[in-house]
Design a protein around this ligand. Structure first.
Ligand SMILES: NC(=[NH2+])NCCC[C@H](N)C(=O)O
Length: 412
């Protein structure tokens, strides 16, 4: 492996480079009838969402972070060779249910007319049925469930949550098999960028690829330090995939990870990933939504470590604070509660991603401005807080950590 181009050995090391995706026309393809399936609770106003996102990028930039746009990387890949572009489109169409036939041919011909930057916007944006004029003769497009779908190609409105289709871990990544069909195509873009983009090709360890059938999403994957990961057992990440990833990482000599803490969280949309209820802020400080624990403050947690002959040793725990102290070898910890523990405030601010902080350095985070109670509390605990605007972005149920994929953090 050549000189590494990805380096993420913590959640808090000074952030140097980050991958974002600016919300695009895909947002304007959300309708009341399709919103639940597209994993949205409302329809954001695109113009304002873009302004908010540009502001987020500016705050990152102003703090010395290089912002890399995913859509630019994909366009670069398409610009490399028309064969690669065509191969991508065929894979994309095939995964969308069009291998052969009139619809496949019509979509291929339609997409062929776009310039590469328009093509990228279109693949994320989706194609409406009424956009194409052709005689559709495929039964599955005309009868049954598919006929009700207003799109020939579904929009990918969750793409601005770049955290989830992959996860940077150490000098490598996992390219994730995502849970819902609304998001599955997103990691195909990551696969092509990693395989072909000159900046990454041959320089990134792929710990796990998207051909796996078990479900894994980046919002559940937290790099606590250079050898310990925390992974949520959640609506989006299955226990099977965590076990498989543990096996892969423990056996791979290029990977330095020897401990994975599997943390079970409630399986629902408000808390679809571990990072919606728990993030790392400093060496010994975390934000946490108290609602993930039972009345006695307990949870279902497993510490996984390598056992003999490629087996995995499991140890059960129920106390999150004690478990974190144990695996991070810390005498004391500060768990800062979203909304300060008030039931109504904490629920409201968790819903708007108040627990979802993005650390840009130890003790320094970016958060949404609307979660003012949690933000104030963070400041009281000595944290530097940069607030970003959040009226529209938050409607997608994700915050600053969800909207960013770190590519390089300084080692601690
Ligand atoms: N890392 C995160 N928490 N991402 C939030 C993703 C939100 C998105 N609407 C989804 O349901 O998939």
């Amino acid at each position: 492996m050549k000189k590494p181009v990805i380096n993420v050995n913590s959640e808090i090391g000074t952030l140097k480079s980050v991958l974002l995706k600016r919300p695009g026309e895909e947002i304007e393809n959300i309708t009341p009838d399709t919103m639940t399936r597209l994993l949205f609770d409302d329809i954001p106003y695109l113009k304002i969402a873009q302004e908010e996102h540009d502001f987020f990028a500016k705050v990152l930039n102003d703090n010395g972070v290089e912002v890399v746009y995913l859509e630019d990387l994909v366009e670069d890949v398409f610009n490399l060779a028309s064969d690669i572009k065509l191969e991508f489109i065929e894979r994309f169409l095939s995964e969308s249910g069009y291998d052969l036939g009139t619809t496949h041919d019509a979509l291929l011909a339609y997409l062929d007319d776009f310039t590469n930057d328009q093509l990228v916007a279109k693949l994320y944006g989706g194609i409406r049925r009424n956009e194409l004029d052709f005689i559709n003769d495929s039964l599955h497009d005309l009868a049954g469930r598919d006929a009700q779908n207003p799109y020939l190609l579904n929009p990918l409105p969750n793409a601005y949550f770049t955290r989830d289709p992959q996860a940077a871990i150490g000098n490598g990544i996992t390219i994730n098999r995502m849970t819902y069909s609304a998001r599955q195509p997103e990691s195909l873009f990551t696969e092509y960028v990693m395989r072909y983009h000159p900046r990454y090709t041959g320089k990134v360890n792929i710990w796990r690829n998207r051909n796996n059938m078990t479900r894994l999403e980046g919002g559940d994957q937290l790099v606590l330090n250079n050898h310990v990961l925390a992974i949520g057992v959640s609506q989006r990440t299955s226990s099977k995939s965590i076990e498989a990833l543990a096996r892969e990482l423990f056996a791979n000599t290029a990977a330095n990870f020897d401990t994975i803490v599997a943390i079970e969280i409630p399986h629902n949309h408000a808390m679809m990933h571990l990072d919606t209820v728990f993030t790392m802020i400093n060496h010994d400080q975390f934000s946490i939504f108290p609602g993930i624990m039972d009345e006695k403050g307990q949870m279902n947690i497993f510490i996984m470590t390598p056992g003999p002959d490629n087996t995995i040793k499991l140890s059960h725990r129920t106390d999150l604070m004690a478990t974190l102290k144990e695996v991070l070898k810390l005498p004391e910890l500060d768990l800062i509660q979203t909304g300060g523990g008030d039931k109504i405030i904490s629920q409201r601010e968790q819903w708007n991603d108040g627990s979802n902080t993005l650390a840009i350095a130890p003790g320094e985070v970016i958060t949404y401005d609307r979660n003012y109670v949690s933000n104030e509390l963070l400041r009281q605990h000595g944290i530097i807080v940069h607030e970003v605007r959040s009226s529209e972005l938050s409607r997608g149920r994700g915050g600053p950590r969800c909207m960013s994929q770190p590519l390089w953090r300084e080692d601690l």
